[in-house]
Design a protein around this ligand. Structure first.
Ligand SMILES: C[S@@+](CC[C@H](N)C(=O)[O-])C[C@H]1O[C@@H](n2cnc3c(N)ncnc32)[C@H](O)[C@@H]1O
Length: 285
C-alpha cells in the first residue's frame, strides 16, 4: 500500500505526462474528492497509507483528467462569487471574469437604490449569475433563460441548493422570444456564446472537447448574440435600466460599433483583472 504522499507524486507525474497544467493542485483536489476530505487533510496526513478502494477510485479519476476532462466535471463543482455550484457537462464551467457582471449589477442596484430589481439572465447555464444576484440582492426577482433544458435543470438545482428557487423563474426559450415586448427589466444580464465557429478548433482541449458547443459558439462569427440582444433588449429593459454583457477578449471594438445610441444613452466597457475589456454596459434611454 502506498502513502498519500507517494500516491500524489505518482499522479503528478502521470498528469504532467498528459500535459495537464495544474498537475499538483489537480492531483490533490482529485484525491481529496476520492477520500471525501479537504486538501489540508492530505497535507497533514501525508504519511497515511491509502486503502485499496479509494486508491483505485483515485486512479480512475486521474485517468479521466489525463484524457482532458475538466477537473470541475469530474468533481461536479465550481466556485463562483463565493458560492458553490453544481456543474455537469451540460453547462459551461463558470469563469472568474463573469463575476464582473455580478459585481457591477450589485453596485448599480445599490447606488441607484433600486429596492426590488427585476433581473433577466439570458443564457443562464449553471445559473451562476442568476443565483449570485438573487442572493446578493434579497428583494430581487430573476428570470433565468436558456435554450438548453438540460442546462436549466442544473441551474434550478443550484437555485434550490442556495434556497433561492422562490425568487428565480426558469424559462426555456431562444433569447427573449418568450417574453412580451414590455419593459420589465431593471437589469438584463448575459454571458452569451461568443466564440466564432472558425475559432473553435483553436480552443484549449478541455474547453473544445468537453464543454457544450451550444454554450461556447453562435456557430457564426461570434457576434450574432450581441446584435440580437441589443435589438431585443430595447423593448424589455426599463427606461434608465441596464444591459450588461460579457464579451470575448478581442470583440469590444466590433461590439461597440453595433450600439444604437438612440436607444442606449450610456456605453461603458469594464476591464477584467488583466485589463482586457470584458463587459459591455449600456443604459437604456
Ligand atoms: C457562455 S454560456 C454562459 C453560462 C452562464 N451564464 C455562465 O456565465 O457561466 C451561454 C449559455 O447560453 C445558452 N444559449 C445558447 N444559445 C441560446 C439561445 N439562443 N437562447 C438562450 N440561451 C442560449 C447556452 O445553452 C449556455 O448555457
Amino acid at each position: 500500500m502506498a502513502t498519500i504522499a507517494e500516491t500524489l507524486n505518482r499522479a503528478k507525474v502521470r498528469l504532467r505526462e498528459a500535459s495537464v497544467q495544474n498537475d499538483v493542485l489537480d492531483a490533490q483536489t482529485l484525491l481529496a474528492h476520492a477520500l471525501g476530505c479537504d486538501r489540508t487533510y492530505l497535507i497533514i496526513n501525508y504519511r497515511e497509507e491509502l486503502a485499496e478502494e479509494p486508491a483505485a477510485k483515485f486512479g480512475e479519476l486521474i485517468e479521466r483528467r489525463s484524457a482532458g476532462e475538466p477537473l470541475q466535471y469530474i468533481t461536479g463543482h465550481q466556485e463562483f462569487f463565493g458560492l458553490d455550484f453544481i456543474v455537469t457537462p451540460d453547462v459551461l464551467i463558470p469563469r472568474p471574469e463573469t463575476e464582473i457582471i455580478v459585481e457591477e449589477t450589485i453596485r448599480l442596484a445599490h447606488d441607484l437604490e433600486i429596492e426590488s430589481p427585476v433581473i433577466i439572465d439570458v443564457g443562464t447555464g449553471s445559473g451562476c449569475i442568476a443565483v449570485a444576484l438573487a442572493r446578493e440582492l434579497p428583494q430581487s426577482s430573476v428570470i433565468a433563460i436558456d435554450v438548453s433544458i438540460a442546462a436549466l435543470l442544473v441551474a434550478s438545482q443550484n437555485a434550490k441548493r442556495h434556497n433561492l428557487n422562490d425568487r428565480i423563474s426558469f424559462l426555456a426559450a431562444d433569447l427573449l422570444s418568450a417574453l412580451a415586448q414590455t419593459p420589465i427589466a431593471d437589469f438584463l444580464v448575459s454571458n452569451p456564446p461568443y466564440v466564432a465557429q472558425a475559432e473553435m478548433t483553436g480552443l484549449q482541449r478541455e474547453v473544445r472537447d468537453w464543454e457544450p458547443a451550444l454554450a461556447l459558439t453562435d456557430f457564426d462569427d461570434g457576434l450574432s448574440f450581441y446584435r440580437r440582444l441589443m435589438n431585443d433588449a430595447v423593448s424589455r429593459v426599463k427606461s434608465g435600466g441596464y444591459l450588461l454583457c460579457e464579451m470575448g477578449f478581442s470583440q469590444s471594438v466590433e461590439v461597440m460599433a453595433m450600439i444604437d445610441r438612440h436607444y442606449w444613452i450610456e456605453q461603458r466597457l469594464l476591464d477584467d483583472l488583466q485589463g482586457i475589456p470584458r463587459t459591455l454596459l449600456l443604459r437604456r434611454a
